[in-house]
Design a protein around this ligand. Structure first.
Ligand SMILES: NC(=O)c1ccc[n+]([C@@H]2O[C@H](COP(=O)([O-])OP(=O)(O)OC[C@H]3O[C@@H](n4cnc5c(N)ncnc54)[C@H](OP(=O)(O)O)[C@@H]3O)[C@@H](O)[C@H]2O)c1
Length: 319
């Protein structure tokens, strides 16, 4: 069994990682670090864990763990690693955006590899440190990777993507409060969202007009992207099916898709539609799983040489 440490364990992605690690057949939870609630039971914060573990949060780390997941806010992973050193053998998987861009990937002795398996599985398999992609970035890149690989993004891309409230983390803000979020839709950071940087590096800088939206549901991202495409719908579908043939978590759907197909799973579904000269590509993921903690476990499975879906055979919450 490989020993796991989690930093930021009282947050949403940290909580999701605890759930996944406790059910993973090759992982043992060694410690869950918290700045605000050491010595309190995990199940007092993550109430669904009652009966699953009697472990407490801690404010000390075990530097000898086999893997550590950093589930802290942007800019805080750098600060944490500057103050806390892990052994040379410890694999680091970071969920923030601190190491995602090529200019940020070298840090201390680490060489962070961008952890999108559908983009660079082989590189991930030999990594010691992973920069896990952003949630919007995952949904959008999975919608566009097959086109980008064949250099078929010829013109501007338009992207609308709607996220659930867990995408903003556990802290309350005026736009995250139930009174505002429920029965409501709004946009934010139009055309300037921070995930455009990592998307641009993977897809080789197409022009993207990205409008992020807040939805009134808790989990998931539904992304709609369109751009001119000269070929037929059938050609586009064959291109996507060929690309995702060897990637078990991403599937191309002949039917139009819906968010509930993927909520509570590590899956992504993609659907294609052609109208006049425009190709519409829709994709859906669970932001806390394929968009964060599930993809982090998927990356670890690849590094360890385990089955890619070990501990990730989850079932959707359809109803
Ligand atoms: N939510 C998503 O859907 C999603 C998807 C992809 C990526 N991400 C990224 O993943 C990271 C975590 O997101 P999240 O949604 O889980 O955030 P979150 O719910 O706000 O949790 C972050 C946790 O980090 C801990 N923390 C805060 N300051 C810290 C510090 N200085 N040192 C160590 N720990 C500290 C806090 O836990 P304690 O009080 O217990 O210390 C806090 O609850 C973020 O960078 C986020 O952008 C999130």
């Amino acid at each position: 069994m490989k020993k796991v440490g989690i930093i930021g364990g009282s947050g949403y992605t940290g909580g999701e990682l605890i759930r996944l690690v406790l059910r993973h057949p090759a992982l043992a939870l060694d410690f869950v670090f918290s700045t605000t609630r050491p010595e309190t039971p995990l199940c007092h914060t993550h109430v669904d864990l009652l009966g699953s573990t009697e472990m407490n949060f801690t404010d000390t780390i075990n530097p000898e763990v086999d893997v550590v997941f950093l589930c802290v806010g942007h800019g805080k992973s750098v600060g944490f690693l500057e103050k806390n050193q892990f052994s040379e053998q410890t694999i680091i998987i970071d969920l923030s955006n601190d190491f995602r861009l090529k200019n940020d990937a070298q840090f201390q002795d680490y060489d962070f590899v961008y952890g999108l398996p559908e983009y660079q599985k082989t590189k991930i398999e030999s990594a010691k440190a992973i920069a896990n992609p952003g949630c919007f970035a995952t949904a959008i890149q999975l919608a566009l990777l097959p086109l980008a690989k064949e250099n078929l993004i010829k013109d501007a891309l338009h992207v609308n993507a709607t996220t659930g409230s867990t995408g903003a983390g556990v802290g309350l803000s005026p736009t995250g409060h139930f009174s505002w979020r429920n029965n409501n839709v709004s946009w934010y950071k139009p055309f300037t969202h921070q995930h455009l940087g990592e998307i641009g590096e993977t897809l080789e800088d197409p022009k993207i007009y990205f409008l992020p939206q807040r939805g009134n549901f808790t989990r998931g991202i539904f992304a709609s992207c369109y751009t001119p495409f000269e070929g037929s719908l059938e050609q586009a579908e064959n291109l996507y099916k060929d690309y995702y043939d060897s990637h078990l978590f991403t599937n191309v759907s002949a039917k139009e898709i819906a968010l509930k197909q993927v909520v509570n799973t590590n899956n992504c579904v993609v659907h294609l539609h052609k109208y006049e000269d425009q190709l519409l590509i829709t994709s859906a993921i669970d932001n806390l799983l394929k968009g964060a903690s599930g993809q982090a476990i998927q990356n670890l499975n690849l590094i360890m040489g385990w089955e890619e879906d070990l501990g990730l055979q989850l079932k959707a919450s359809v109803y």
